[in-house]
Design a protein around this ligand. Structure first.
Ligand code: GLC
Length: 428
């Protein structure tokens, strides 16, 4: 069920932690796509130590980053559980030198730090033969001949085994939702390999609510979730449902030592601003090393993002979707009382920046992180007829924020719009 905390949270941290951090391969997909054999992939279990894993340190860092919730992989498509499950031996507790229940330490530490606790759970299990007992709905067996991990590869279907598999997933999810205190959010993945009917989604949703009526569910439930999860691609117009944009910090979800393709802190702040402008959350991924520590580059980006949020906090949490991009060529948010616009200025202005289509007159404009007051004036418009004209803000001499400068535009009253020629704004 959608909860207010989620839409107000704005920033979550995604954690892809698992045996795939041992080598230099992608999580689960590497064996599925034949980059590495299944046996070699699983050998990574021997190198998963979690020797420096300290969930409290993670929590401290995530708080500094400004996050309000976290989502960690409890089990990826490879089927390796990060928790102690009595329904399978395939877990880091039983199969790796780590020998610890990562989910347990994680959930405790996050909750203690006041963060909402989310768990990623892959519906797909490419290690479990029972998962391979039925074909994707509508697929022809001959199309699945090479699909050795996902389908029965040309053989007959076994609906009973499929029932067992669904029961197995339900059992593990019950463990997750009853052994680790309140789980605030479940993040499913891999729904696309089977249909809503095959997953029994309506019943599944009810089942989850019977375990926690308040749990927030992501959309990867074949239409039965609470919010959308655009992945690695910003929805240009936003989405008319609650949503969360998930993104890697470099090019990988899990840790890969060879991946040096890091985004800059400015890019990350910019992406975050896009989410805020369009009314969504950002779920920023980190991939811890097998020992549980984070690459310093990941840590640095999180801290930079946190310092930007700290300097501009009132433009972030207690706000909603901003102006549309035709009104202001940048991002923005609007305060909860609708009397303030926060403009995100990404580049160095050469002279004036302008805002169009806002009828309510301006009272004062300041640079949020310094308090410096800026000069402004209007051109055009017939305010007594509700025709706003153009607001020009003199912005070439202001002190810029190194990551993104926020201008606080205080209005005389609640914001109203006139977009001219009967056009509709997203904010109305
Ligand atoms: C994709 C991939 C998976 C990753 C997820 C994160 O769905 O299957 O590897 O965990 O994206 O959004």
């Amino acid at each position: 069920m959608m909860q207010e905390w989620f839409t107000k949270a704005k920033l979550g941290i995604f954690i892809h932690y698992g045996i795939y951090a041992v080598g230099d391969v992608s999580e689960s997909w590497s064996f599925h796509n034949g980059v590495i054999s299944y046996e070699d992939y699983m050998k990574q279990c021997e190198g998963f130590t979690a020797s420096k894993f300290d969930a409290r340190k993670w929590a401290e860092l995530f708080k500094k980053a400004g996050a309000k919730y976290v989502v960690m992989t409890s089990k990826h498509h490879d089927g390796v559980a990060l928790f102690d499950t009595k329904y399978s031996d395939l877990s880091v507790v039983k199969k790796t030198p780590a020998g610890r229940d990562i989910v347990s330490e994680y959930t405790q530490a996050m909750r203690e730090a006041g963060l909402k606790v989310g768990l990623y759970f892959s519906l797909i299990d490419w290690s479990d033969p029972r998962y391979r007992s039925v074909y994707p709905e509508g697929a022809k067996p001959e199309d699945c001949l090479n699909d050795i991990y996902g389908s029965p590869a040309g053989g007959p279907e076994n609906p009973e085994l499929w029932e067992e598999f669904l029961q197995f997933n339900n059992n593990q999810i019950r463990e997750l939702m009853t052994n680790y205190g309140t789980i605030d959010l479940l993040w499913f993945d891999g729904d696309w390999e089977r249909s809503a009917k095959q997953w029994r989604m309506p019943e599944f949703r009810e089942y989850l609510h019977s375990l926690n009526p308040n749990v927030v569910l992501n959309s990867r439930m074949q239409g039965y979730g609470d919010y959308e999860t655009p992945e690695l691609n910003m929805p240009i117009y936003g989405i008319d449902k609650p949503w969360e944009f998930c993104t890697t910090i470099n090019s990988s979800w899990g840790y890969r030592p060879s991946d040096n393709n890091y985004k800059t802190s400015r890019q990350i702040v910019r992406m975050f601003c896009d989410c805020l402008t369009l009314g969504g959350n950002m779920l920023l991924d980190v991939g811890p090393k097998e020992d549980g520590t984070l690459d310093p580059r990941q840590e640095k980006i999180l801290l930079d993002l946190g310092s930007w949020i700290h300097d501009n906090e009132e433009a972030v949490y207690e706000t909603g979707r901003g102006l549309n991009y035709h009104q202001f060529l940048g991002g923005s948010t609007i305060s909860a009382d609708k009397k303030t616009i926060y403009l995100f200025v990404y580049d160095k202005p050469l002279e004036y920046i302008c805002v169009k289509g806002v009828k309510t007159r301006v009272k004062r404009i300041t640079v949020l992180h310094t308090g410096e007051e800026l000069k402004w004036h209007y051109t055009g418009g017939l305010p007594w007829f509700g025709i706003p004209g153009t607001l020009w803000i003199k912005a070439d001499e202001m002190q810029l924020h190194p990551l993104t400068t926020v201008l606080k535009v205080e209005l005389e009253d609640e914001i109203t719009y006139n977009l001219g020629h009967g056009e509709v704004t997203h904010n109305e």
